[in-house]
Design a protein around this ligand. Sequence first.
Ligand code: SAM
Length: 215
Amino acid sequence: MFEDNYRQRGLRQKLVKILRQKGITDEKVLAVMGKVPRHVFFDDALLNHAYEDKAFPIGEGQTISQPYTVAFQTEKLSVRPKDKVLEIGTGSGYQACILMELGATLYTIEYNRVLFEKTRDFLPLMGYKPFFIYGDGSKGLPAKAPFDRIIVTAAAPIVPEALTNQLAEGGILIIPVGNLERQRMIRITKVKGELIKEDFDYFSFVPLKGEKGWG
Ligand code: SAM
């Protein structure tokens, strides 16, 4: 239903090389970045940009994240096969495919109805079948908690307590936190009930909306 030709596979391997140069070292993450097609998420007019290391518009004022950002968050999340993972901000579904290629059982929430419906209909055609949820992910997904891993792919003003509460023992949350211009990538690990916080680089995401986001 979509083409993945020699040229596109070649461009993907070049992208993997760029990710390596930028500091991504996890071979499993690099392998799945080299496997999942990104061009299928692009409109025809933007197709030539699919394997540039840049974020791009996906409609509704939202973006498909930059490949480096996807690889960085995924690397820091250390997903293990069969981990129960919550993704907040389904968007195009590209990050969801990466997580599922690593073996995650994925629950993915989207706040924008148009994107939710588009991705819910498209991803299964690619062979990826996460649990799709329409709603406000800033409150997590208490009905399905706890989660081994939680990833937030939009800029949060704070770390919502609901999310750390929904982490399993040994669980990891990765979330960009800051203002609307830039955010620091934060990783929180739950160890014997304690929350261990680590700070990484700055990134720039679209805002997390909803009750515990920017409203
Ligand atoms: N992971 C996406 C991908 O691979 O394309 C990138 C997502 S984009 C940078 C951020 C997404 O978060 C947008 O689709 C936006 O509508 C969604 N979003 C914003 N606030 C949200 C919320 N409270 N709950 C769920 N999704 C939200």
